[in-house]
Design a protein around this ligand. Structure first.
Ligand code: HEM
Length: 297
């Protein structure tokens, strides 16, 4: 296989990285080596929450996603990429963690719901990469990604975070087996959010957005719960062929020297002149006059 020398050199570093360098290893993976697939994986993680009726009901009741689908989706991505780029314990990272803890203070989710949502950010992109990216994640990258989300969860006061990637997968699969189901709220959230994905597609592909998302999710039960059409064989083959062609090109190109995300920079029509961290976050922060008892501190 013909692989660009800069990619091979980075792969070697990602194979031999020390476990102490987990944050840098994960950053390199998410912003450079496997950036495009990681980003797609994050998109797919976001939809997955809508297939859990209790989580969908909470999101629907707060109505941020229906009212401001673009802002909600972009801000969520910004929070995640700020944490990855700057580091969990950097000043910007701390500001994002404060935002996360503030917005969830009155969110009535169980400990498992929170564990699940944080693990979607780990398991969904990794599985996508294992299936579709130009190369497999290295063992050091799997450990680094797992550590990153364990540390993130811990800073969100979620106890009992899995330590290894294998443990994360076991929890994730068990939770989904028990909880995925259709709901009116989940379908409405999906319908509101589909336009965000559409806006990133070339115009002729936009009417096919739901079919494309369903094919990428590649899970009939999940697609059914989200009210998406089933992914047929032809669609699966088309996606596989398209990604194989993309990967062949990708392997020949040098590793990018600039990440697709730069903290504070303009990256979307939402913040054309860039953004400051106080612009990020939901307009409607859940508030609860009666504490539910299982909220995060
Ligand atoms: C630890 C896992 C979680 C992460 C990493 C996470 C991530 C986020 C982020 C980044 C935001 C801010 C969005 C923005 O800036 O507009 C947010 C808001 C919110 N999250 Fe979470 N979340 C988690 C768990 C949950 C769970 C389990 C629920 C529901 C049971 C939930 C419900 C909400 C709600 C209601 C908001 C306010 C904005 C809205 O109404 O959509 N989150 N979350």
């Amino acid at each position: 296989m013909n692989i660009n020398a800069t990619l091979t050199a980075s792969l070697h570093r990602q194979q031999t990285a020390s476990s102490n360098d987990w944050e840098a290893t994960f950053r390199q993976m998410a912003l450079f080596d496997l950036a495009a697939d990681m980003e797609l994986g994050f998109f797919l993680s976001y939809y997955r929450n809508f297939a859990i009726p209790s989580i969908a009901a909470t999101l629907h009741a707060n109505a941020e996603i229906q009212r401001r689908p673009m802002k909600r989706s972009y801000d969520t991505a910004i929070v995640i990429y700020e944490l990855i780029s700057c580091g969990l314990d950097s000043d910007r990272g701390r500001t994002m963690l404060e935002l996360l803890n503030r917005v969830h203070r009155n969110v009535p989710g169980s400990k498992d719901d929170f564990l699940y949502v944080v693990l979607t950010l780990l398991v969904v992109p990794i599985r996508w990469i294992q299936k579709h990216a130009w190369r497999q994640p290295t063992t050091a990258e799997l450990a680094a990604a797992s550590r990153f989300f364990t540390e993130l969860g811990t800073r969100m006061n979620i106890t009992g975070m899995p330590v290894t990637y294998a443990e994360a997968e076991v929890f994730f699969d068990r939770y989904e087996a028990a909880h995925i189901a259709p709901s009116v709220e989940g379908r409405q959230l999906m319908n509101a959010t589909v336009q965000v994905f559409q806006s990133r597609l070339p115009a002729p592909l936009r009417p096919l957005a739901k079919q494309l998302i369903s094919t990428m999710l590649d899970d009939d039960r999940l697609a059914g719960a989200l009210g998406l059409p089933r992914a047929g064989r032809i669609w699966r083959i088309t996606l596989k062929t398209g990604l194989a062609a993309r990967n062949a090109i990708r392997r020949r190109r040098p590793l990018k020297t600039k990440a697709h995300f730069t903290p504070g920079d303009a990256g979307s029509t939402l913040y054309p002149g860039g953004y400051s961290l106080d612009q990020i976050g939901p307009v409607n922060v859940p508030s609860s006059p009666v504490p539910s008892g299982n909220e995060l501190p």
